[in-house]
Write a protein of this length. Structure first.
Length: 316
């Protein structure tokens, strides 16, 4: 059964009526096409109108949709012969951050990303995509491996933030995130990052300091969640919608600010309504980004990456 967001209630009601009509006609000779067609047209119209004027807070809700495709779906759709590599060789194998070798449209690559999980069991296994220090240290190890063998790195970011638990702090969460960001900036191979859903705080930047940063149309990318920002500024999470507006968390805002390099269009109604099409669109964008980086030597890749991040926040 499809999950509808708060602002999609009119669509949910229409789809419920359509489903009820179809159930009523099952096994009978009643032709209900004439009744369903206008209802479906009205539902499609509501969907187009709703997604043409999403607020930053509504985009945040879409980015968090439980049926939105995650790392494992993109890896399955874009990477051939994917071979996962685990462990940081020091403490443990963090399942919130997955990485491995494979082929992207004929090109050998190394892929790293956050995995949130898509049901209760897998969400607990992957810690809801919130990486721990060993996850970021695993990412560092894999990026160094890619550098050694001259493999482009693709990172798929989808996290509300790094794990905030005391165990993570005891094992050096801040240092691990900083080192992972440093590893991204020091790579002598192309690094293309894509924000799939949520790009939260340092947990996202640790994998997203790339030569090219792409962002799905309804993804969000910010230093803190809207709820966290509202709790600090207004002492209540109830003002999350206002915080989202002020923080400029959407792909459209961030492209204007020069934080990202491109927006990947999503199917009408979000990536969760047509995952295969969304995955294909991201694949095309990644292929284009890698093509722009072909031929650059390690020094040029480092210099352009460094210049890109130093330029952020300056007057344009």
């Amino acid at each position: 059964m499809a999950t509808y967001l708060d602002f999609e209630k009119p669509i949910a009601e229409l789809q419920s009526r359509i489903d009820e009509l179809r159930r009523t006609a099952e096994g009978g000779d009643v032709d209900i096409a004439a009744e369903i067609a206008p209802l479906q047209a009205k539902s499609d119209k509501f969907l187009r109108e709703a997604y043409s004027r999403l607020t930053p807070w509504q985009k945040t809700q879409v980015a968090r949709h439980p049926e939105r495709p995650h790392f494992k779906h993109y890896a399955a759709g874009l990477i051939d012969d994917f071979m996962p590599l685990g462990g940081d060789r020091a403490f443990a194998d963090d399942q919130a951050i997955i990485g491995g070798l494979g082929r992207f449209r004929g090109r050998r690559v190394l892929v790293i990303g956050h995995e949130k999980g898509d049901d209760t069991t897998s969400r607990l296994k992957h810690n809801f995509g919130m990486g721990k220090p060993e996850g970021y240290r695993k990412a560092i190890r894999l990026m160094q491996l890619a550098d050694r063998f001259g493999l482009p790195v693709l990172t798929l970011v989808d996290t509300s933030g790094a794990f905030p638990g005391i165990q993570a702090e005891e094992r050096g969460q801040a240092e691990a995130i900083a080192r992972s960001t440093e590893a991204c900036l020091n790579l002598g191979v192309p690094l293309v990052a894509a924000i799939l859903g949520e790009g939260g705080s340092g947990g996202a930047v640790a994998l997203a300091a790339g030569n090219k940063v792409l962002m799905m149309e309804h993804a969000v990318y910010s230093v803190i969640s809207p709820e966290g920002c509202a709790s600090i500024l207004w002492r209540t999470a109830d003002k999350a919608a206002e915080a989202a507006e002020a923080m400029k968390v959407t792909a459209q805002h961030l492209l204007e600010l020069g934080v990202i390099d491109g927006i990947v269009p999503e199917p009408l109604g979000g990536a969760h309504r047509d995952p295969a099409r969304a995955i294909g669109a991201l694949g095309d964008a990644i292929e284009g980004a890698l093509g722009e980086l072909d031929g650059l030597n390690p020094d040029a890749l480092r210099q352009t990456r460094r210049a890109k991040f130093l330029a952020m926040g300056r007057a344009r």
